[in-house]
Structures are given as C-alpha cells and as structure tokens.
Design a protein around this ligand. Sequence first.
Ligand code: PRX
Length: 649
Amino acid sequence: MFAKIYPVLKPANNRALIDNETYQNWYRESIENPERFWGEHGKRIDWSKPFTKIKNTSFEGDVSIKWFEDGETNVSYNCVDRHLATHADQVAIIWEGDDPSLSKKITYREVHEQVCRLANVMKARGVKKGDRVTVYMPMIPEAAYAMLACARIGAVHSVVFGGFSPDALGGRIVDCESTFVITADEGLRGGKPIPLKNNVDKAIDIAARGHIMVKDVIVVRRTGNPTGWAPGRDLWYHEECAKVSADCAPEPMNAEDPLFILYTSGSTGRPKGVLHTTGGYLVYASMTHQYVFDYHEGDIYWCTADVGWVTGHSYIVYGPLANGATTLMFEGVPNYPDQGRFWEVVDKHKVNIFYTAPTAIRALMGAGDDFVKRSSRSSPRLLGSVGEPINPEAWEWYYHVVGDDRCPIVDTWWQTETGGIMITPLPGATDLKAGSATRPFFGVKPELVDGEGRVLEGATDGNLCITDSWPGQMRTIHGDHERFIQTYFATYKGKYFTGDGCRRDEDGYYWITGRVDDVLNVSGHRLGTAEVESALVSHHDVSEAAVVGYPHDIKGQGIYCYVTLMAGVQGSDELRKTLVGHVRTEIGPIASPDKIQFAPGLPKTRSGKIMRRILRKIAEDDFGALGDTSTLADPAVVDDLIANRQNKK
Ligand code: PRX
C-alpha cells in the first residue's frame, strides 16, 4: 500500500519547536542514554527536593517501575503556583458551556484560590495523604479544581466518567475504598440534564453493600434542579468553600507517591484501576503536551475529551496546566445546537491547537462541509487525533476541510496505561501519512512481535510491545500487582504488551490496526467484551452471551451481542429493547448494544471455548471466510447464526 505523503508542515511561520534533525538526535539519546536524557528533561517541572536517581525500572520478575524516586514535588504546585509569579492574570481555563451563550475565563490566580479552598474543605473533613477520592463530574472547571485539590493534599483521585451508571460508579468506589465523593447536582449535555447526584446516591447504596460507607459528598450546584439530599453527608461545594481559607500549602510528595487511579477495561474481568504516580507522570504529560502540540506561550489549546478519560487527565488538565497554557474545557457535545458547534467555538475563542477523536471527525464529516465552512477557522495551526485508528478518508477531510490544508495533523497513539502520547508525529519534524501515528516519541522503544514472541524486523505486521520503561508508564493495578504483571508483562516476557496490533511500513512508520484482544473501541471508548457479556447474563431471561465488535461507520466499532435465552423465553424486539436498557443500567449508555442476535447455541469447541473468530466474521457479514469449523462441537449452530444474522449488507 502506498500512502500519500504530506511533507513536514511547519505549524505557522516556521516556528516549530522540533525539526527532524533534533528529533533524530534527541530520540537517539533518549534510547541510548535514558538516564542522561530524562535527567535533563526531568528538570522541566519544579522539585521541592531535586532527584538524584533517575531510572530504576524492570519489566522482569515482580516488575518494578520507579522514576526520579528520591525527588519530591507537588503536581498542584507545578500546575498552578509556579505560574503565579509571572502569569497570575493569564487565563488558565476557558470554560465553554453546553449553552452557547455561556462561557467564562478563569485566571491562574483564580484557579489557585479555588484549588486551595477545596483542598482546605477536604482537609477539614479529614481527607489525608493517600486517601482515595472519587470525582464524578460534568465538564465544569470544578472538575479540574477537584483533581488539583486532591493532588495538593496528596489524596489520590479516581475520576469516573459522568456517563457511567450508578452500578459502574459504585463498583469503582468499592474497588478503591473511597469514602469521599465530589460531584454536581446535574450535568448538562446537548440541553439534556444528566442526574449525577442521584446516580451518586444510588452508587453509595451499592457501595454500602460492598462494605464501603461513603461519608462525605461535596456537590457543585450546576443546574440548581432538586436532587436527593442526605443531611450531614451531603454538602454544597460553594457553601463549604466559602468557609475556609484561600491558602493551602502543597503537600511535598515523593515522585513515586500515587497521583491518581483511573479505571479502564481489559479483555477479562472487571475494569482495572490503572495507577499513575507523581513525578514521572507529570514530566511525561507536560513534555508530550509541549512538543507534540508544538505548544508556544500564549496559545489557546482545546482538547475535546472528557476529564473522565485519560486524555482529559493528561491533555486537558495536567499537561497544559503544568506548561502554563490556556486550556479550553467544553461542557457540551459536537452536535448541539448543531453540527457546527466545534468550529464556532474554535472561532469564538481563537483556538490555535485542536485535539479530538476520529469518531467525532467522522460524525461531523457526515453532516457535510457547510457546517465547517461557515466558520473562519483562521486561528488553528495544529490539529490532533486520538483514541482509535483514524481512517484515511476522515484524516483527509480533517486536513483539507477543517484545517484548510494548513495545519499538520498529529495522530497520537497511546493508552490509559501509558499516561501520555507514545507514537505520534512531531509537527515540524515528521512527514505525515494519512492514517499513520508515524514515529515513537522520545524514550519510547516499540517492537513488533509475532504470536510466539519472535521479534519482527523491517516492514511487517505484528503485536505492538514496548521494550523499556518511560516516565509516564502506569506503575501497577490498584490493589492487584499480580494482575498488572499478568496483563501486561506475561504474554511476551520482559516486554510491555499493549494489546494492539500494528504495521510498520518501509519508512519505519507505525500504523495501529486496533486491538488484538477482546477489548472493543466504541467511539474511542474502551470496553471489555466480558463486561458487556456479564451485564447481559445478569438479566434473568439470558442464559449465555457472547459479544464481539464489528466495523461501524461512525463509532469505529459497534457492539454485536449473541444472546442465548433461558428455556421457554421467546426472543422479540421488545426483549431486545429491554436488554439494551439493561446493559445501559449496568454499565452506562456508552455500552449500548447495537445489534442483538438471539442464538439457540453458540459456536464452541469440544472443550467448551466460544470461537469468537466465527462470531466476529458473522457480525461482519463475512461468513464466506469462516475458516476451519471442524473443531466445533456442533457445526450446525453456525448455519443458524448465519441465517439469523443482524448485519446483512
Ligand atoms: O487501541 C488503541 C486505541 O485506544 C486504545 C487505548 O484506549 P484508552 O486507554 O481508552 O486510551 C484512549 C486515549 C489515549 C489503544 O490500545 N488508540 C488510542 N489512540 C489511537 C488508538 N488507535 C489508533 N490510533 C490512535 N491514535
């Protein structure tokens, strides 16, 4: 395959920070001498006690990852206080409301005051260093204050995406044993209220059944609509913050003290609490933010993610604020009031750097160019993509129509586990190819291996591993280090296995082809097939379920469910609706099944293993290529599955 090459495009006036020669030199040094490289770049953040040790990492045996381990710092100090001397009145956060008439600008001085107040509220309620705090928030500045306030006092935040159900929230509260929750009365998206506080109330009851008693709930008043209220437990954010001092000294934290836990889906079992620590994470988030987005002082930067995902953590809050940037937080959705909203906001706030997901690009592309063309888009000089492979067609549209052929696109590959961007073009250094994440960032050593773990050289397809540690890497799974080792370091011994398939072309460029495990990527959101299956079988009419992904024009992948019903239960459209509703209640709207096929039997091997390969093919309507079915216990089930497939083209 020959991809069209877009030669290095300097983002506006040749002012790119890194050219190709610098990239090559820095990259070589970062691989040959990581101690020297990271010893130097580790200094980009302020340390209250400078580190003398730099890298102490092993992917073997017990797997231990430590960076800057004798240094002390504070993430909140770095993201706020250190900018006060020279940039106190610079805007830190531009907030754009769901309603286009609402927006506000918050300076670094104001962020400092808000973060200190909330930190003092938490301290007054007994939150201490190391305690876990759950944050379940809409996209409002208080979400960032909550994260930074935790970091300030050394509490470990667990942000749960506001689209997750009470069940999912309750499970996460129990897993990290958190008794302090920060939320809002309601969220607002596309004009519709989201009942966050009522969900928290339900989640607290669920957590109580898991023996975790939530003691305090701080509630931001966003819509003012009535919600449940438990006196003594529930407190208004604005009332509590008004009672305390606007100063709170940042807690000195060891570089390896935990900063946050973020739950993400894997191929088996319940979501894992990915744990990130303090020093290495911030160095990596801020460094990638600066160089990947070619951030210059004064730039207005907008990442459209939600703070409930890792992209929001690293590239709405921590990376940009550590760099003293102006970061835009958008409460709404891309199609409200109409499909021109993104570009209106770009013009309104003169956004220079714009970072979004392929699913949004595809949806907006489908709405037609007029929505784009009615905006000037004269401010952007760089566009970014994240979350899933971007198909060349969407890339070209983003480049030509949105970016007017003027803005380089950085297609950034990374994961919740990696903390920051790993494979990406650097504007000013990298020739672009539509659909390729291109080359590794500094310090990242990708390797492609075959199913047996043999290292593959040159242009080839393989499973993507990373062979050495980088500062932003997750350190463990909260409460389950053994699962951490098994999930990431056992498949290919001594290597971090990403779970992604990948192609390397003749120029050494990387093309991520998608997950090779049982993880779905639906609209850039990660979901385990096992999670959806267990939600389905928890319904009393369902005896068995198997879930696979299939290509979906907008979402990237859709969710296809094969469901075997209990004896005597009849499949119907009514039951399909009920099951969709059930999954939404168990996990959240992001897990809504797209297709449900009632199947009297599933294709199993004689040892009882479901052959997902066959299910995937049928879901793709590609059953001519089913391959060998002779190992099936009952080959006849396949005929029934094909006859009743839900995805006929
Ligand atoms: O499959 C890859 C895909 O998203 C997965 C990580 O999901 P999550 O931890 O939720 O983080 C998403 C945001 C960083 C990866 O294993 N992915 C992410 N970015 C890309 C991508 N696939 C292709 N190209 C990308 N740029």
